[in-house]
Design a protein around this ligand. Structure first.
Ligand SMILES: *Cc1c(COP(=O)(O)O)cnc(C)c1O
Length: 372
């Protein structure tokens, strides 16, 4: 019987995808193609147009998200490339809170007239649908960074499609193991590969995946000429990370659930935001279409912003740093960043749960909470 990769479970696909074809003495792993140019006559031509190492990483991401994938030098480069295919002054409907880098980019694009942005509360399904008429793009991020709001993806994607509005979903927090927007009908799914897919906090990369060949060609051309390409070494490292992504993610999601439960009964914590908690305002919606609840949670401490900074500084296992999705747990007070939205509470701590033993993490969190 011939091997059918699309019949495999995702944890298997992460291991089998993006390998060189089998032959006697063929390489098991893609090699790192360090070339700025290629002998004439082939499909690649030049190092800004294509690279064999990128292709292997791209096919592995496609094996998880579906469609065809393009990788970029960072998540923000992927998002900028996605926005760049719209004409000047195009209208975008986007969440009024989400990853601060995207919020900054959208605000800048709106101020310069590059895009007209209609900011909406993405957890308010009717408000999002009401703001769609006449828009060119619905940009969704769910769950949102760092407030963990959940957008009603299946309904919003169908509504945008019915109105012939392109839908793009930032799937960084959820990943393909939680939800697959392309299967729900989205046109493009974006990942900050920097986070869970690569998983070791040692590189930056972004990806866009689409099942629409016309859109793929547009995006590929955009990458060729805006030049925001990934380095071959980063592509190789990311693929190495993807091999263990399902294993890491499963462990981190389990630990995140346990920590969310324990934090929600801690006297120094006033609120925990994690869609997996039955008491969370987003839970009823999340269970409808999310297969896991992710490995990032946010909580508000009983205390000030300064107490939050002290908390993050006083942990010995969890590192006080921005970013998320690595094997090592990280936390930070999001409002320490001037670009973070004022709608994010000053005392909100975002915790990215890594792969350490959950009891060690809990002991560290308890010690740190005792210090404030
Ligand atoms: C980190 C992040 C990005 C940006 O990705 P970079 O790789 O840092 O450029 C975009 N969206 C979300 C939700 C993120 O967490």
């Amino acid at each position: 019987m011939s091997h059918d990769p699309s019949a495999e479970k995702f944890s298997t696909r992460a291991i089998t995808a993006g390998r060189p074809a089998r032959a006697a003495d063929s390489e098991l792993n893609a090699s790192i193609s360090l070339n700025s140019t290629f002998t004439a006559g082939g499909p690649l031509g030049y190092g800004r147009y294509g690279n064999q190492t990128w292709s292997q990483t791209e096919s592995a991401i496609s094996a998880l998200e579906g469609g065809q994938t393009l990788i970029y030098s960072s998540g923000m480069a992927a998002i900028s490339a996605a926005f760049s295919i719209f004409p000047h002054g195009a209208t975008v409907v986007a969440s009024n809170q989400g990853y601060s880098g995207v919020m900054t980019l959208l605000n800048q694009a709106d101020a310069s007239g590059q895009l007209k942005v209609r900011f909406v509360d993405v957890a308010d399904t009717q408000a999002v649908i009401s703001s769609l008429p006449g828009a060119d793009l619905l940009w969704l991020e769910s769950p949102t960074n760092p407030c963990l709001d959940v957008a009603e993806l299946p309904e919003l994607i169908s509504a945008a499609r019915a109105a012939k509005i392109l839908v793009m979903v930032d799937n960084t927090f959820a990943t393909a193991l939680t939800q697959r927007p392309l299967e729900m009908g989205a046109d493009v799914v974006m990942n900050s590969v920097t986070k869970f897919l690569a998983g070791h906090s040692d590189l930056l990369m972004g990806s866009l995946s689409t099942s629409n060949t016309e859109l793929f060609t547009k995006l590929e051309n955009a990458r060729k000429f805006n030049g925001s390409i990934a380095g071959p070494f980063e592509a190789w490292l990311a693929l190495r990370g993807i091999r263990t992504f399902p294993l890491r993610f499963e462990r981190s999601c389990q630990s995140a659930m346990i920590l969310a439960e324990r934090l929600s009964t801690h006297p120094k914590v006033s609120r925990v935001r994690y869609p997996g908690l039955p008491t969370d305002s987003q839970h009823a919606r999340a269970v409808k279409f999310m297969e896991t609840f992710g490995a990032v949670l946010s909580f508000e401490i009983v205390g000030s912003g300064a107490d939050g900074d002290r908390l993050c500084d006083s942990s010995s296992l969890i590192t006080h740093a921005t970013s998320l999705g690595g094997v090592e747990s990280l936390w930070e007070r999001r409002r320490r960043w001037p670009i973070e939205s004022p709608s994010v509470p000053e005392n909100l701590i975002r915790l990215s749960v890594g792969c350490e033993d959950v009891e060690d993490l809990w002991a560290d969190i308890q010690r740190a909470l005792a210090s404030i």
